[in-house]
Design a protein around this ligand. Structure first.
Ligand code: NAP
Length: 319
């Protein structure tokens, strides 16, 4: 057995190091459990893609990465371990001892908290894949600065599209939001800010059916007016796509119960249908997807997991 194949035993393994996973790690380690967070990249999750967070209570106008770093520091202080750049290849969750296979070794634990979050949904139109990184982006914070004095299109009508569209006006000369309906679903305060911004205009009842370019960069999008049923080309230098989030649950298919949208179903205690397995944050079916609700989910999941482990321990002690 090579060193990386050696089993590493923990009380609680947390999969994912966004706000849900970090909060779970803090509560679990503070509860004296040997805890590890296995993170695909670096801790922070979607917080790392958010420049200005104004609705996390007590942290007025902090950057997402700054909040993530503060959470990470606090979680580490209680003794939680964090493994970054960890690629999970398989999970076995059905037995009392759960087994998580990764490129960094095999981890076992009696309780697992799934906090793998979500990723931006693709539009699935021609040109999207080809021009990804050449004008097509899903992250205004990461890529906005490449579009100084350029004309941009943002697709979507939720909080992300309208908020990130407004953020992009810091760089772009013009931002056009293309939305398939005649009203946004974004929060009113976010909409009002966008409507007041002279660099933003909106094209309603319209979809983006194709992204075109010159081989190197995006040059236009093909729009379809859903009312007039007409198509036209719209010149732009970049396209930011914000059409919702897909949960990162592929690893857990047929292992825990999910809804039709592949979100993990939990009860109000974050328990899945599998004993000892919990889900927290964007990865589960929840009406509000924010850093603060993810952190709340994570802390509750860890607290319930602590109770579960105590009961298991008592059972063993009685035998
Ligand atoms: P979302 O709320 O699901 O909105 C997705 C938007 O994309 C909707 O307007 C939807 O149109 C549109 N859409 C979906 N599929 C499409 C397609 N194939 N073609 C064109 N348009 C399409 O997603 P989100 O904005 O990424 O937000 C995700 C979650 O994060 C939400 O719970 C949101 O509240 C939260 N969030 C919060 C903040 C904040 O509080 N500041 C910031 C960002 C995100 P319809 O409206 O017609 O369905």
């Amino acid at each position: 057995m090579t060193n990386s194949n050696k089993q590493k035993e923990y009380d609680i393994v947390i999969i994912g190091g966004g706000p849900a996973g970090l909060a779970a790690g803090l509560y679990a380690a503070r509860g004296n459990m040997k805890t590890v967070i296995l993170e695909k990249l670096i801790p922070g999750g979607q917080l790392n893609n958010t420049l200005d967070v104004e609705n996390y209570p007590g942290m007025d106008h902090m950057t997402g990465p700054a909040i993530a770093q503060a959470m990470e520091k606090q979680t580490l202080r209680f003794g939680c371990e964090i493994v970054n750049n960890c690629d999970i290849t398989n999970v076995e969750l059905s037995k009392e001892t759960k087994v998580i296979e990764t490129d960094k070794g095999i981890y076992t634990a009696k309780a697992v908290i799934i906090a793998t979050g979500s990723e931006y949904r693709k539009l699935n139109v021609s040109g999207e894949k080809e021009y990804s990184g050449k004008g097509v982006s899903y992250c205004a914070v990461c890529d906005g600065a490449f579009f100084k004095e350029k004309e941009l299109v943002v697709v979507g009508g939720g909080d992300s599209a309208v908020e990130e569209g407004t953020f992009l006006t810091k760089f772009a000369s013009k931002v056009t939001i293309i939305h398939r309906r005649d009203k946004f679903r974004a929060e009113k305060i976010i909409q009002d800010r966008a409507f007041r911004n002279p660099k933003i205009s909106v094209i309603w009842n319209t979809t983006v059916n194709e992204i075109k370019g010159n081989g190197g960069n995006v040059t236009s999008v093909k729009l379809q007016d859903l009312i007039k049923n007409e198509e036209k080309d719209f010149i732009c230098d970049g396209v930011f796509i914000y059409v919702g989030l897909d949960p990162n649950t592929q690893l857990f298919k047929n292992k825990v119960k999910m809804d039709e949208g592949s979100k993990i179903i939990t009860n109000e205690k974050m328990e899945t249908n599998v004993p000892g397995v919990y889900a927290a944050g964007d990865v589960r079916e929840t009406p509000l997807k924010q850093a603060v609700t993810a952190a709340s989910d994570g802390s509750l999941a860890a607290t319930i997991a602590l109770g579960y482990l105590e009961k298991l321990h008592d059972k063993v002690a009685v035998k």
